[in-house]
Design a protein around this ligand. Structure first.
Ligand code: DOR
Ligand code: ZN
Length: 444
């Protein structure tokens, strides 16, 4: 192979997770892109990194993150949240609209993009929140640069975003051409059952927001989407029952599962973690976690998303149900799942499918999410043997539901478009994250 330009960087001898499997080879990078994959010998390079003994994965794409800026920056902001991403091997983040104010107009989307410029350690895109007032505009706005698509809250969660009236939902599904990311909990049932949430008893959270809340909302939305020819992405699937709905809807609906719904379950999580385990939709009984693992192994799950939703310890210390729902997850996504690889519950190839190939396919991401020629050199180098204990004391919210867990398999360095952004647990370089580009933005 000959190359017109010397490489800016050659990563030598890492075990690379190509789309068709693991191979030990060199990666040559030019102008932030993967320019060569193979045996590069002594090809001229400005920098050579010996990756022998390490695995190289496409940088993770986390399509479900709450960064809290603007308005809630005591919990997190774009700088602190994107730092967690870079350190955790996540090189692209799609951020949710339930900030303050919520991202419901083109101007507010533009504001987020400018807030991110020069402060964000990873590439990023922002969801627009669907409301009764913006449905007719979303058809145009969903195509704007830096927009990940539309997020729909069928049931109310953190913040004020909600759209559950059937006529409006039909209009929304008719209008949007990109895949709509959906939080499926049935608002009417949530309101009817609110009294089941007992004061200072977070273990009643999955009783209040029960299986039927999730099932009912997912069922209704899938039916409407089928009728309207819309495409959905069902976020944080949490019940065995919803999985049965998803299987016949594969042609137009994709699915996300979170690490916490796979790895934590009731009642143990509430006994041990109290309100730190409180999130929407709730962590449920082991029956559901087992079913989610089965779906994942059966290929019914397209993405792992963190639903990174930090709240401060003080906020979480309020007596349930005054305590807010949500937990952070950006910095633990990769080590938690690598630890599952170490335990034999997951193949490394599956991890790559669920955290890079899958999100790229689901959202139509351009030139990211694969180790392939011409793709962005968004890379994470991982040490499958490294053992370390989760410690989130240095993060803005200061905690993680997995604090104190000893995990095997950690990221040791992250590259964003060919630039080092994290090495040995420290940020390096500058926050030069850019908006992610999508196929959907090209549609007429
Ligand atoms: O638990 C949750 N927390 N679920 C959501 O839907 C929102 C999130 C948050 O923003 O805190
Ligand atoms: Zn969320």
């Amino acid at each position: 192979m000959s190359h017109a330009m010397p490489f800016q960087l050659v990563l030598r001898n890492g075990v690379c997770l190509l789309p068709w499997g693991k191979t030990q080879l060199d990666i040559g990078i030019v102008e932030g892109k993967i320019a060569a994959l193979g045996q590069l010998g002594q090809a001229p390079a400005a920098e050579v990194f010996d990756a022998a003994g390490l695995h190289i994965l496409p940088g993770l794409i986390d399509s479900h993150v709450h960064w809290r800026e603007p308005g809630l920056t005591h919990k997190e902001d774009m700088a602190s949240g994107s730092a967690q991403a870079a350190l955790g091997g996540v090189t692209s983040v799609f951020e949710m609209p339930n900030t303050s104010p919520p991202t419901t107009t083109a101007a507010l989307l533009a504001q987020k993009l400018s807030l991110a410029m020069g402060r964000c350690w990873v590439d990023h895109a922002f969801f627009l929140g669907a409301t009764a007032d913006n449905i007719s505009s979303l058809r145009e706005w969903e195509k704007l640069p830096g927009c990940a698509g539309v997020k729909l809250f069928l049931g109310s969660s953190t913040g004020s975003l909600l759209l559950n009236e059937e006529g409006l939902l039909s209009q929304l599904l008719q209008n949007c051409r990109r895949r709509i990311a959906c939080h499926c909990e049935d608002e009417n049932r949530l309101m009817q059952r609110k009294a089941l949430a007992q004061t200072a008893q977070p273990q009643t959270h999955p009783l209040w927001r029960d299986e039927a809340c999730a099932f009912g909302a997912t069922q209704k939305l899938l039916e409407l989407a089928k009728a309207k020819g819309a495409r959905l992405h069902i976020l944080h699937v949490s019940t065995e029952e919803e999985l049965a709905l998803l299987q016949p809807a594969r042609a137009f609906a994709t699915a996300e599962v979170t690490p916490q719904h796979l790895l934590l379950s009731a009642p143990e999580c509430y006994e041990r973690l109290g309100t730190l385990a409180q999130m929407n939709p709730p962590l449920r009984s082991p029956r559901h976690a087992q079913a989610l693992w089965g779906a994942l192994h059966g290929g019914l799950v397209d993405c792992l998303g963190t639903d990174h939703a930090p709240h401060t310890r003080e906020e979480k210390a309020k007596p349930y149900p005054l305590s807010p729902s949500g937990m952070p997850g950006l910095s633990t996504l990769l080590p938690l799942m690598l630890n599952q690889v170490a335990q034999g519950n997951l193949k490394l190839e599956q991890l790559v499918e669920l955290t890079a190939h899958g999100p790229a396919r689901v959202f139509g991401v351009r030139s990211k999410g694969r180790l392939a020629l011409g793709y962005d050199a968004d890379l994470v180098l991982v040490d499958l043997e490294k053992k370390q204990t989760v410690d989130a004391s240095h993060t803005r919210c200061g905690w993680n539901a997995f604090d104190g867990h000893s995990l095997q398999g950690w990221p040791v360095a992250t590259l964003l478009r060919g630039q080092w952004v994290a090495r040995e647990g420290k940020l390096v370089g500058q926050p030069e994250g850019k908006p992610v580009e999508f196929e959907g933005a090209l549609m007429g």
